[in-house]
Every structure is written in structure tokens, then in C-alpha cells.
Design a protein around this ligand. Structure first.
Ligand SMILES: *Cc1c(COP(=O)(O)O)cnc(C)c1O
Length: 185
């Protein structure tokens, strides 16, 4: 959807997906390409898309030696650098908001998401929130992104929607993305 959105809005060159290291977004071929957990992705590497993996925040072993409650997400420089380097190519970034589950429940500050949202606006990239594990109140608010006071462009929800009784998932977009599919290109 994000690929076609960029195409429909005249950004044919924006073809790259970006993700965080140690991220997990499922096990079908598309999402394995934006997952960084070798346990799932390793043997499929020859089939995967070429994506950009940005260094994820790691508050447990903070490389900047800061504290999660008081830092200014100094580690965000990795995102800024990646966006500056691949400015014309990055079309989308997908994240697990607030915590990376498969990485070991690695929690990071909400301000990281706010900064990421602003960065995406600046570079005209789509922000996808994979709220499959975090949605429906699991982080204390309805969605993890609510902690940041910003909204993603696309949101994936699943698991808790049916409590696992029915395999069901929903992909939600803003009107801006929905409307672009009616554009005449
Ligand atoms: C379980 C999970 C997925 C996979 O969801 P499917 O609907 O099975 O593809 C993706 N992302 C996260 C964060 C998950 O926890």
C-alpha cells in the first residue's frame, strides 16, 4: 500500500523500506524483509527485499549511557543519518511502537516515535505502526502511539482484537493515503 501510495503521488523513485534492527513484523516473505531477527529471517535471505535497517534504541544497554526517563533520545541520530543518506529512496519506515517484543521486550521512550513522525513528514516517508502486540491497551493507552501524541500513516492491528479466537488483522490508513488511490496516474 505504501509502495503504491508513493507511486500514485509521483514519487516513483521512493522504493525502499526501512526498519529498526531487532524488529519483528511477522513471518511472511514481505515482512521478513523488514524484520531483523535472524532466527526467523536467516534461511529466507535469498528471497528477501533489500531494505534499510536502522540501529534501534536500546535503553537496557544504552550506547549513549543515558537513562530512559531523562534522555533526549540521543540514539535518534541513527535515524537522522539513515534518512539523510537515503533521502530519495526511503518511502516507508515500519516500527513496533514503544517496545520491540521479539527483541526481548525492549522498551524505548515515546519521544522517539514523536521524532520519527516529524522526520517522516520532513522526508515525505510513510510511517507504519505495527501495533499488533501493543494495541488495545497493552501499554496503558489504547495504542502505543498514543503515548507520543502523534499518529502513524498506516497502522497494523491484530492479535488482541479477537483475543486469538479468530485469525483476523486490519490495516488502517489515514484519509490522505486512502484518497491517493483515486488519483489518476
Ligand atoms: C504476531 C506479530 C506479528 C504477526 O502478525 P500476523 O498477523 O500473524 O502476520 C507482527 N508483528 C508483531 C509485533 C507481532 O507481535
Amino acid at each position: 500500500m505504501s509502495f503504491q501510495y508513493q507511486y500514485q503521488t509521483g514519487h516513483e523513485k521512493k522504493t525502499k523500506f526501512t526498519c529498526l534492527t531487532e524488529g519483528y513484523h511477522g513471518e511472511t516473505i514481505g515482512v521478513l524483509s523488514v524484520g531483523s531477527v535472524d532466527l526467523y529471517a536467516k534461511i529466507y535471505k535469498p528471497m528477501l527485499m533489500d531494505t534499510i535497517h536502522m540501529q534501534a534504541p536500546d535503553c537496557y544497554r544504552c550506547p549513549c549511557e543515558k537513562c530512559r526517563d531523562s534522555c533526549n533520545v540521543e540514539c535518534f541520530e541513527h535515524a537522522e543519518k539513515a534518512f539523510a543518506e537515503y533521502a530519495d529512496e526511503i518511502r516507508v519506515i515500519i516500527v513496533e511502537p514503544l517496545l520491540q517484543g521479539s527483541a526481548g521486550m525492549r522498551i524505548y521512550p515515546a519521544i522517539y516515535l514523536k521524532k520519527l513522525c516529524l522526520l517522516c513528514d520532513m522526508y515525505n516517508a510513510i510511517l507504519i505502526a505495527d501495533e499488533i502486540a501493543t494495541g488495545f491497551g497493552r501499554t496503558g493507552k489504547m495504542f502505543a502511539f498514543d503515548h507520543a501524541g502523534v499518529s502513524p500513516d498506516i497502522m497494523c492491528i491484530s492479535k488482541r482484537m479477537t483475543g486469538g479466537y479468530i485469525p483476523m488483522a486490519i490495516t488502517i490508513t489515514t484519509d490522505k493515503i486512502y484518497e491517493a488511490f483515486y488519483a489518476d496516474y
